[in-house]
Ligand binder design. Structure first.
Ligand code: GAL
Length: 824
């Protein structure tokens, strides 16, 4: 996916790609490095370079990032005497070794800018300032050490520390947040950098899906450059998928879509991508003035309105920039509610609430952050055909050449609820989870035996009580099995467990399965965090009182049998003893499922719909596509979304009352045309017959542009601001575009006049140019993209004098090959 993602970023106006380096991905075993496949960072950096973009490499090596353990390899915990992220010799040794490894690798591959490569900046640590006070003086010493250590690596490009107000002199401290215009670096000699503009947010299992309106993001970015910003990075511009068990936590979902301008599947999120592209173009039109002036001139325009002006002295301007504007300005209205009329250099400007207008020549508004002219795209994850239903060829669903989604049959295999390998061991006491699993699996089986006397049984019967399993504190999931039956589950982050259980006279098998769902990735003292149980683990309510289970002998078994036998790989799956699954079989817990499926035709990204399942993990052709879980988001909290005012992560959330994630991305590069092996491990029970493979694409696009909108940013150049005549000739335009490989198959709605409603609900207003549909169809149908000028003459004259006319269009996109390749 990398070349396409990089190309889409460049087209969106990015100059620099920023990426973290994931230590635990690159060094899964101490001193055994992995720079292959998805971890081939050299290849990635080279691709960025060859596409003409720069790169900011955030080495960390602590990175946070909703990534397992914040990027730390779990083996780091086992180094004697280690304390993370503080003045601790064992930690500093390991950190230095890894950072040096990466810097040396980049240098060897000639990837720094002074070597002709794309890397212009590095990062050491990550938001350490947020936790520094927890470490006292040793924290302060660590910051100084980290800075010195980084510099001594002689990378020859600047280093940043984000959220680090006390960053030493030679390191640039940078801002992370939803807004950073009010941030100032800790020295006037440092540029104002914004390393993370959170243009969306991540989601947790059972949480709502965060969305940040593009008008507010554009406002935040424009404000940053208005107030002297020099480098800004979207976090995330593309977030993608946390495949395997790389999602952090606790409880972060597999998708890292982040509501980013490029969605999880690599498709553009519109209007986000398009509106920000215009913003970038507008800011770049101001470039000659922006780069020539150290700080802008501030002009108060009203109680909540202000201008910042970048004005180059004529002489300076003519020698430095040659062709361009000598004056650029940003006009802001910070009022959350009202439009403001302001006078700036003798002209009146209307500023919508919570918006910034950009004037590259201090006169002409080329962009306003709150006015979105970019197209909206509505994506469908289509073809609701379960993998396994008998569909006769005559059914209409088959017509569109989608027969390929149907595999043959499902096979099943039970996971043993007991020890399954010689690797088990027995010891007295309750062990900490990660000390045993080393995070090689989410799962730790803990098995013991409870002897129940006849007196206990009669005690329970007489008092009508049952014994209770009680654990002081537990994370993330506990499954409790008594005599082979799953009798309870507890989910939470360090929560108390009180679970009544039924025991029989004599020996009872008690199995406690502790699970992690992504290791903690944020905060101080991660090495001490651990998982599993804390405090007392006991059974209460016996005749003689309590049983302290830490005095018992426990047998420990790490992981699932199927997981360690790798029955999800093509070779090993054949050796396992699968049996046929009959349709209608009742849901079964702790069960493996396998099938084969054909890839959907065409090039669209592929999604696996696991909405019928419970919780588990999935693999395709041996690739771990991630954890899945149909945990449902709260019903409430998804109200109307107003872009105005400060954003916070619960504002504008969507998907209330639905599972947080049901679609799981299967990259095309992991698929072959047919016979793809799909293996699932299911914990709580689901119906595999309802699983389907779908293809994701943008099927509907809409746009609305009025004749008062600014002309298309693509048509401006610096010289236009000198030649006033060419400026007058420019008209607003509507740009429509289907995903690559798709064309506009039909225009569903078009009205030039005073149309009403919004995408998929447009209707004609009182004023309507009768030839709207015909004209738009002629310009767009059958094309991958088209441009329509918003001008009376383009629609056969003014349909209603005295009104501001708007063109609203809704179009359908379809694969370019649909008509030529329909075989059915
Ligand atoms: C920041 C952190 C990032 C990421 C982000 C939230 O604090 O630096 O790595 O975790 O929060 O998505």
């Amino acid at each position: 996916m990398w070349p396409d993602l990089i190309a889409k970023s460049k087209e969106g106006g990015a100059d620099v790609i920023q990426t973290y380096v994931f230590w635990n991905g690159h060094e899964p075993v101490r001193q055994q490095y992995n720079f292959e496949g998805r971890y081939d960072i050299v290849k990635f950096v080279k691709l960025v370079g060859s596409s003409g973009l720069y790169l900011h490499l955030r080495i960390g090596p602590y990175v946070c990032a909703e990534w397992n353990f914040g990027g730390f390899p779990v083996w780091l915990r086992d180094i004697p005497g280690i304390e993370f992220r503080t003045d601790n010799a064992p930690f500093k040794d390991e950190m230095q070794r890894f950072v040096k490894k990466i810097v040396d690798l980049m240098q060897k591959e000639m990837l720094f800018s002074w070597q002709g490569g794309p890397i212009i900046m590095l990062q050491i640590e990550n938001e350490y300032g947020n936790v520094e006070s927890s470490f006292g003086q040793r924290g302060k010493d660590y910051v100084k050490w980290a800075a010195r250590m980084a510099l001594e690596l002689d990378a020859g490009v600047p280093w940043v520390m984000c959220q680090q107000a006390d960053a030493p002199d030679i390191i640039i401290n940078a801002c992370n947040g939803f807004y950073c215009d009010g941030f100032w670096p800790n020295s006037a000699n440092k540029p104002k950098l914004w390393t993370e503009d959170w243009n969306g947010w991540f989601a947790s299992w059972g949480g709502r899906t965060p969305k940040r309106p593009v008008e507010d993001i554009a406002f935040a970015v424009a404000r940053f450059f208005q107030r002297g910003g020099s480098f800004h990075n979207y976090y995330m511009y593309f977030g993608g998928t946390n495949f395997g068990r790389s999602s952090g936590g606790p409880f972060y979902i597999t998708s890292y879509d982040y509501d980013a301008p490029i969605d999880e599947y690599g498709l553009l999120s519109q209007p986000k991508w398009g509106h920000l592209k215009e913003l970038h173009a507008a800011i770049k039109l101001c470039e000659p003035a922006l780069v020539a002036v150290d700080s802008p001139q501030y002009i108060k325009l009203g109680p909540m309105q202000e201008a910042h002006v970048y004005r180059v002295k004529e002489s300076l301007y003519s020698t430095q920039s040659g062709n361009g504007s000598s004056c650029s300005a940003f006009l802001a209205n910070i009022d959350e509610h009202k439009t403001a009329s302001v006078t700036f250099l003798g002209q009146v400007y209307k500023l919508p609430p919570w918006s910034v207008s950009i004037l590259p020549d201090c006169r002409t508004t080329v962009f306003n952050t709150a006015k979105v002219g970019a197209q909206t795209s509505i994506k469908t994850v289509e073809f609701d055909l379960p993998l396994f239903r008998n569909i006769s060829v005559s059914q209409p669903l088959m017509v569109q050449n989608k027969i390929s989604y149907v595999p043959r049959t499902w096979m099943t295999l039970k996971e043993p609820i007991s020890v399954w390998s010689k690797n088990n061991f027995t010891i007295q006491g309750v062990l900490e989870h990660l000390n045993v699993t080393k995070d090689h699996s989410d799962y730790l089986w803990r098995i013991t035996r409870i002897n129940v006397s006849a007196e206990d049984i009669s005690f329970w019967e007489e008092n009508q009580v049952s014994p209770t399993l009680s654990i002081d504190s537990m994370r993330d999931i506990l499954r409790i099995f008594v005599n082979g039956q799953l009798i309870g589950s507890v989910i939470g982050h360090w929560v108390k467990v009180v679970q009544p259980i039924q025991l029989l006279q004599g020996y009872n098998d008690l199995v406690l399965l502790s699970q992690t769902v992504g290791l903690q990735n944020y905060g101080a003292f991660l090495e001490k965090d651990g998982a599993g149980f804390k405090g007392q683990v006991k059974l209460t309510g016996f005749k003689n009182g309590e049983i302290d289970l830490s005095e018992y002998s426990w047998t420990y078994q790490v992981g699932l049998r199927g997981e360690f036998q790798k029955i999800y790989t093509i070779d090993e799956s054949e050796k396992a003893e699968w049996t046929d699954l009959t349709p209608g079989a009742s849901p079964s817990t702790f069960t493996w499922y396998k099938t084969f499926f054909d890839a959907p035709n065409g090039e669209n990204p592929v999604a696996l719909d696991l909405g019928s399942m419970g919780k588990g993990q999935a693999w395709v052709n041996g690739h771990h596509i991630g954890r899945y879980w149909t945990r449902v988001a709260p019903k409430d909290g998804c109200g109307k979304c107003d872009y105005r005012g400060h954003y916070h992560t619960s504002k504008c959330a969507t998907n209330c009352g639905n599972p947080t994630q049901i679609w799981y991305h299967i990259p095309r590069s992991w698929l072959q045309a047919s016979n793809n092996l799909l293996v699932l491990f299911e914990e709580t029970g689901g119906n595999p017959f309802e699983i389907s493979v779908k293809s994701r694409s943008t099927q509907t696009i809409c746009a609305e542009v009025s004749e008062s909108h600014y002309p298309s940013l693509q048509n401006w150049s610096h010289s236009d601001f000198i030649d006033q005549n060419s400026k007058n000739k420019m008209t607003p335009e509507m740009h429509l575009h289907c995903d690559d490989g798709h064309t506009i198959s039909s225009i569903e709605f078009a009205s030039y006049g005073t149309p009403r409603g919004s995408c998929q609900m447009f209707s004609q207003g009182q004023c309507h140019a009768p030839n709207s549909l015909a004209l738009v169809s002629k310009a767009c149908q059958g094309k991958g993209s088209c441009v329509i000028r918003i001008l009376n003459s383009a629609f056969g004259g003014d349909p209603c004098r005295g009104f501001v006319k708007t063109l609203a269009v809704e179009a359908k996109c379809a694969p370019s090959s649909t008509t030529s390749s329909s075989q059915l």
